[in-house]
Design a protein around this ligand. Structure first.
Ligand SMILES: *Cc1c(COP(=O)(O)O)cnc(C)c1O
Length: 354
């Protein structure tokens, strides 16, 4: 595919790597591509990073037609750069697009966009342990009228943000509150799509949990308020009596690539992994009789995030003495080892750029 490149006239300097944080600073350029029903995707271009202008009636501003992805470019010790399962992100983005009536992008084109962008921005991929260049592809409907129907114009963009280590102060288990009022999504809704609206609707519960001293909420299903779904914006796994249990992908759960990778790693280590419905009653029963050995969230940002305390109906329970468990630690070590290239990639998950 043809990508027109316009380089910035005023390159920025990279911040000290220990000051990066997450998603606060952006590299010098961004990728943009337009879609309309006549021309399909066109005008693929990399331009200097900057504000964009939208028609005030743009679909995304009124009806929320927006989807996104998140993945990281990792710097290896030999200086090279690699991505982790990028095709999984591309396929998920197309599934999200389909759900939101947005146009899909050819898989090879999407991979080429990621590759060319990271190549151009390679100096923005930090070197320190645990750091990465976070890639945020996103797409929005951009019709310039207020009629409600499938979009006939859309924009796809890719921005990149050098990001600090998620665990600068070490992996500390977090406190989680089981949410019994708000729900994130319902089956038949948009739960399996990575769309901005899901985030807008789940912010309130997260904020309320923060105020009470919890870092995230554990979501229950939207129909019966009975089955465990996700934790914040991460998938969730439990080790109950030696077995790994994670909620099945029923349609209201985001199919995480970290979740999928954890399952594959755990199975390769000989663990029994069940993807099934897990009710909050079953979970609390396991907590009370000491069978809940470990609990963790999993997602690209944190990789795995151990859960140390769980609050349900005004009672707080502690898990594994509020320490990271053996299985959680092992998963973290294996996945981060593959991602940063210090561990052999037995699964064929790495896509080298450089
Ligand atoms: C992105 C996301 C995840 C994690 O997906 P990964 O592919 O592992 O990063 C989990 N839940 C929600 C709601 C998400 O948006």
């Amino acid at each position: 595919m043809e990508i027109k490149i316009t380089k910035t006239a005023s390159p920025k300097t990279m911040l000290p790597e220990n000051e990066l944080g997450f998603g606060k600073y952006f590299s010098d350029h961004m990728f943009v591509m337009d879609y309309d029903t006549e021309k399909g995707w066109h005008d693929a271009r990399i331009v200097p990073f900057g504000n964009i202008s939208l028609h005030p009636a743009s679909t995304v501003l009124h009806y929320g037609a927006e989807i996104f992805e998140g993945l990281k470019a990792y710097r290896r010790a030999d200086g090279g750069i690699q991505l982790f399962r990028p095709l999984e992100n591309i396929r998920r983005m197309n599934n999200s697009a389909e759900r939101m009536c947005l146009p899909v992008i050819d898989e090879n084109d999407a991979l080429e966009i990621l590759t060319r962008f990271v190549e151009l921005e390679k100096d923005w991929v930090p070197h320190s342990v645990g750091t990465s260049f976070y890639l945020r592809p996103f797409m929005f409907g951009n019709d310039e009228h207020l009629g409600v129907h499938a979009v006939s114009r859309a924009t796809f963009m890719l921005i990149g943000s050098p990001s600090g280590s998620y665990y600068k102060e070490g992996i500390n288990p977090v406190k989680i509150m089981i949410e019994s009022e708000d729900v994130r999504t319902v089956r038949g809704g948009t739960g399996y799509a990575k769309c901005g609206g899901n985030y807008a609707a789940s912010t309130r519960a997260g904020e309320r949990a923060n105020k009470k001293g919890y870092s995230q909420v554990l979501w229950l299903d939207g129909v019966e308020r009975k089955y465990i779904e996700e934790v914040g914006a991460m998938n969730v796994m439990f080790k109950i009596d030696g077995e790994i249990v994670t909620p099945a992908l029923t349609g209201s759960i985001l199919p995480g690539i970290t979740r999928k990778s954890c399952i594959e790693v755990l199975k390769s280590l000989g663990y029994k992994v069940s993807e099934r419905l897990l009710s909050v009653d079953e979970l609390m029963e396991a907590v009370r009789n000491g069978k809940l050995e470990e609990a963790w969230g999993c997602g690209t940002a944190a990789v795995v995030s151990p859960i140390g305390r769980l609050m349900y109906e005004d009672v707080e329970y502690s898990i594994n003495g509020e320490k990271i468990g053996k299985t959680t630690q092992k998963l973290y070590d294996i996945l981060t080892g593959i991602q940063w290239g210090t561990e052999e990639d037995k699964f064929g998950w790495i896509y080298k750029i450089d």
